[in-house]
Design a protein around this ligand. Structure first.
Ligand SMILES: CCCCCCCCCCCCCCCC(=O)SCCNC(=O)CCNC(=O)[C@H](O)C(C)(C)COP(=O)(O)OP(=O)(O)OC[C@H]1O[C@@H](n2cnc3c(N)ncnc32)[C@H](O)[C@@H]1OP(=O)(O)O
Length: 132
């Protein structure tokens, strides 16, 4: 998903296809949640903060048709020590089809390195969990 930073928010355009189908012709709720969670990951890049999703809440407002352009927007609404609160929306045209809120928790880069897969070099210049 291609993301763009605009005025402290992260925006993305996305069209879901048959691989993301739940009910016939409609997007699977898990795919919608994954897209919004991924967008929150983009906010972390904007903030240059390594963190992970601790809690994700999605409100599904309308069915999301496949093969329809969707617009997503996310931002960090508050920070509280290691906790980052996020909010985001997914829209089809003028209609908000889903809204999400999430709590991320800052972690050290070592959290990701534990997988054994190298992290991008840029992440090393970011402050870790201790950055308040
Ligand atoms: C990843 C991106 C990197 C950046 C670059 C991005 C690049 C762009 C691509 C992005 C693509 C992916 C974007 C999607 C992001 C994922 O998908 S992340 C993967 C899914 N999430 C996880 O795997 C997290 C698994 N959980 C954990 O590792 C640990 O539980 C945590 C969240 C790090 C917390 O553990 P901990 O470090 O021991 O901290 P702990 O003391 O337990 O908690 C700290 C505080 O948070 C609170 N807390 C912790 N968990 C919860 C919870 N579930 N509910 C409520 N409160 C909680 C605690 O109560 C505590 O509060 P205070 O006492 O300080 O008030």
């Amino acid at each position: 998903m291609q993301m763009q930073a605009v005025d402290g928010e992260v925006h993305a355009d996305l069209t879901l296809d048959g691989r993301m189908e739940g009910a016939p012709g409609l997007a699977h709720g898990g795919a919608i949640a994954a897209a919004l969670d991924d967008l929150f990951g983009g906010v972390l890049v904007l903030l240059e903060t390594p963190a992970v999703t601790a809690r994700l809440n999605v409100e599904y407002r309308l069915p999301v048709p496949l093969h329809t352009p969707l617009h997503l927007v996310a931002r960090c609404t508050a920070t509280e020590g290691r906790k980052l609160h996020m909010a985001g929306t997914m829209s089809a045209g003028e209609a908000i089809v889903a809204e999400a809120s999430a709590m991320f928790v800052r972690v050290e880069i070592a959290h990701f390195e534990a997988s054994g897969v190298p992290v991008p070099d840029a992440w090393r210049s970011w402050g870790g969990a201790a950055r308040g």
